[in-house]
Design a protein around this ligand. Structure first.
Ligand SMILES: Cc1cc2nc3c(=O)[nH]c(=O)nc-3n(C[C@H](O)[C@H](O)[C@H](O)COP(=O)(O)OP(=O)(O)OC[C@H]3O[C@@H](n4cnc5c(N)ncnc54)[C@H](O)[C@@H]3O)c2cc1C
Length: 303
């Protein structure tokens, strides 16, 4: 049974009821969460996860919301965001350990400044380390899993470390969806800071030139199918610039959908459906969503 008064007795972070989630998602779309929590630190997170699990309260983890489409109906239960409280990052004995709420941009910067190579291609990905590990975020041939040693998660009410080989990493996937990632540890090859800074700069310029960053979006909506690019297939299907309500397939990058102001999750869902149907008719390829849908009824997703 869910009791905010009971939570208030031990929880040190921020609690908000009936909280609009659109402001916490990169696309600025989505309804409200019954209860929104920002743990004060890792121990606070561990305690609240133990509580919700022991009381069978539905909950979901939210990073920077840069890869989730939240339904207009919002989320029943608890949403836990780590961006305020789990932001510690440490460099020791040639390893970098980052709590789940650390921004990927910050993580990359600390690595680069300390002369560690192998993650500079992740610069510009607007998520957290936690969300990045769950999604196995990557760009320009590199993935967050490449130099990862292990991931600290909650298994039931216990804290455990999962070695990389057991994380189930593959393209934009890990076994941690629906789990709670607390932190991740990396061992990275040495690199020259100045060279890494230049590489990062070049890659960010490439991103700025090719992505519609001036409007709220969710990055790549669909995974690239083997041997092809989702953007190319969408463009070939003649869908670039197609708009439903206030959601639009970007003119700049066909695998991005942008919020032109006041778009609803329903608008985005209609566009997703249109893309999947039209691309299949046009090329026989079934595009798979990279973005996670949350708060939708099963029937809405299936439709
Ligand atoms: C402009 C733009 C560019 C992008 N470019 C790239 C790119 O180049 N490469 C790429 O891979 N992605 C890219 N993305 C997508 C996105 O940034 C990544 O997937 C990122 O890793 C998501 O992190 P997040 O913290 O925002 O996670 P969210 O979107 O908040 O969550 C994603 C999933 O992870 C879960 N989750 C989040 N935190 C935790 C946690 N601590 N424990 C357990 N589960 C958790 C959520 O429940 C959800 O299922 C881009 C997005 C945008 C908007």
């Amino acid at each position: 049974m869910f009791s905010v008064d009971e939570i208030r007795r031990f929880f040190r972070g921020r609690i908000a009821l009936d909280e609009p989630l659109a402001k916490f998602t990169w696309m600025k779309v989505g309804g409200r969460a019954d209860c929104y929590l920002e743990p004060a630190d890792k121990q606070d997170l561990i305690e609240i996860v133990r509580y919700v699990r022991q009381h069978d309260i539905p909950f979901m983890m939210l990073g920077r919301g840069s890869n989730v489409l939240v339904s207009d109906a919002g989320i029943r239960g608890v949403v836990i965001n780590l961006e305020q409280g789990l932001t510690k990052i440490e460099v020791a004995s040639g390893e970098v350990s980052a709590e789940a709420g650390v921004r990927i941009t910050k993580f990359v910067d600390v690595c680069v400044q300390n002369g560690f190579a192998g993650v500079e291609m992740l610069a510009g990905i607007p998520g957290t380390v936690g969300g990045g590990v769950v999604m196995n975020a990557g760009a320009h041939g590199g993935e967050i899993a490449d130099h990862l040693v292990d991931v600290e998660i909650m298994q039931g009410v216990d804290v455990v470390r999962v070695p990389k080989a057991e994380c189930g990493f593959r393209y934009r996937h890990s076994k941690f969806e629906g789990e709670v990632v607390l932190s991740a540890r990396f061992r990275l090859p040495a690199g020259d800071t100045e060279t890494l800074i230049q590489r990062r700069k070049k890659l960010i310029q490439l991103r700025n030139a090719s992505q519609p960053l001036e409007l709220p979006n969710l990055g790549s909506m669909f995974k690239n199918p083997p041997g092809n690019f989702a953007a190319r297939l969408i463009e070939q299907a003649g869908l670039k610039g197609k708009q439903i309500g206030n959601a639009q397939i970007s003119e700049k990058h066909a695998n991005f959908m942008v919020n032109r102001g006041g778009a609803t999750a329903a608008d985005v869902m209609k566009l997703i459906d249109l893309v999947q149907r039209t691309v299949y008719q046009n090329s026989g390829v079934r595009l798979e969503l990279e973005v996670k849908l949350v708060g939708f009824q099963h029937e809405e997703q299936a439709a």
